[in-house]
Write a protein that binds this ligand. Structure first.
Ligand SMILES: [Zn+2]
Length: 287
C-alpha cells in the first residue's frame, strides 16, 4: 500500500487530466496485481504448512536400533524411566531403546562378540540422546530447587557445579548417535530386584549392595555417579574394580571406542570424525 500512495502522489504532480486517469488505472491494476500475488502466496504457504513434517521428525536420520544389530547386548536405558539423576523420564525418551549410528552399532556388536567368549556381555545405559534431553539436563542443573536425589548421584558436590566439572554436557556427543554409556555384566546375568522410585538407596560411591539394583559388575561406582571416584583411572578402587574398568576400556578401544577419562562408562566411537546432532524422539520401532 505504501508503494501505491507514493505512485499516486508522484502522478498527481504530472500535468493534464489524461495523465491523472492513466495514473488511476495504473494504480487499480497494481492493486489487483498485489491482491493476486497475495492470494497465491497464501495458497502456497497453506500448502507448505500442510506438507511440513511434525516438529520432532527429521527426515533421513541415520540411526538404527541396536537391538536389530545385536539383540544379545543388554539394555537398561535409564533416562526412559525414573532411575536417573532427574528422578523422572527424560524428554525425548518415549521408549527404553538404544539407537546409534549404524557403524557405531556394528562396532559395538564386534566388542560384544569378543566379550561373549569370555562369558561377559555389554549392558548399555544410554546411546543416542535427543537434543531436547540435553536441554532438559541443563535446565535441571540451573533449576534452583533442592534435589532429593543429590545424595545418591553426587554425594560430594553441589549440582550447580556439574556442568563446569564436565559431568553434564551443555552439548552432548550422544546427540550424534556415536557415544554410548555402558558396563559389563557377567553371564549368566544375575536377577536383581526391580528399581523402586519410593525406595531409598545408598550413594553411588558406596558399596554396590547398598546402591540401586544393577546386575552390572561392580566398577567402584554406579552409572552417572558424579564424583572423582568415577574417573576411570582414579585411586581408591579395589584391584578388582580397577581390573574390570581396564577390561571394559580395552575391549571398547579395540573397536574404535574412546573412553571419557571422567566417566568409566562413557565411550565415543571414532571421536575424531565430524558429524551432526539429531532431535528425534526415541521410539520402539520407527528407525
Ligand atoms: Zn555418556
Amino acid at each position: 500500500m505504501t508503494v501505491i500512495s507514493h505512485r499516486t502522489g508522484t502522478e498527481g504532480r504530472l500535468k493534464g487530466r489524461g495523465r491523472r486517469v492513466q495514473a488511476r488505472c495504473a494504480s487499480r491494476r497494481f492493486r489487483r496485481l498485489v491482491a493476486g500475488v497475495g492470494a497465491i502466496a497464501l495458497v502456497l504457504s497453506g500448502e507448505l504448512k500442510a506438507q511440513a513434517p511434525p516438529v520432532d521428525e527429521e527426515p533421513a536420520v541415520p540411526l538404527v536400533h541396536l537391538r536389530r544389530v545385536d539383540a544379545s547386548i543388554l539394555q537398561d536405558i535409564r533416562y526412559a524411566g525414573a532411575d536417573n539423576f532427574t528422578g523422572r523420564p527424560v524428554p525425548g525418551y518415549a521408549a527404553a531403546e538404544c539407537l546409534l549410528l549404524r557403524d557405531a552399532a556394528e562396532a559395538l556388536a564386534r566388542v560384544q562378540k569378543g566379550l561373549l567368549q569370555r562369558k561377559l556381555t555389554l549392558k548399555v545405559y544410554d546411546c543416542y540422546r535427543p537434543r531436547r534431553a540435553v536441554r532438559a539436563f541443563r535446565a535441571w542443573v540451573e533449576a534452583p530447587e533442592a534435589d532429593p536425589l543429590g545424595k545418591r548421584f553426587y554425594p560430594g558436590l553441589d549440582k550447580s557445579r556439574l556442568i563446569d566439572l564436565g559431568y553434564i554436557a551443555g552439548v552432548s556427543r550422544h546427540s550424534r548417535g556415536d557415544a554410548v554409556d555402558l558396563t559389563l555384566v557377567a553371564l549368566p546375568a544375575k536377577r536383581v530386584p526391580a528399581f523402586s522410585a519410593s525406595a531409598t538407596y545408598g550413594p553411588c560411591t558406596g558399596p554396590a549392595a547398598a546402591r540401586a539394583p544393577d546386575n552390572g559388575i561392580d566398577m567402584g561406582t554406579g552409572f552417572d555417579c558424579f564424583d572423582a571416584l568415577s574417573h576411570t583411572k582414579t585411586t581408591g578402587l579395589t584391584p578388582e574394580q580397577q581390573r574390570w574398568r581396564q577390561v571394559l576400556v580395552e575391549a571398547m578401544a579395540q573397536q574404535g571406542f574412546h573412553n571419557y577419562p571422567k566417566e568409566w562408562w562413557h565411550f565415543t566411537y571414532r571421536p575424531e570424525r565430524r558429524g551432526r546432532s539429531f532431535d528425534v524422539t526415541i521410539s520402539r520401532g520407527r528407525h
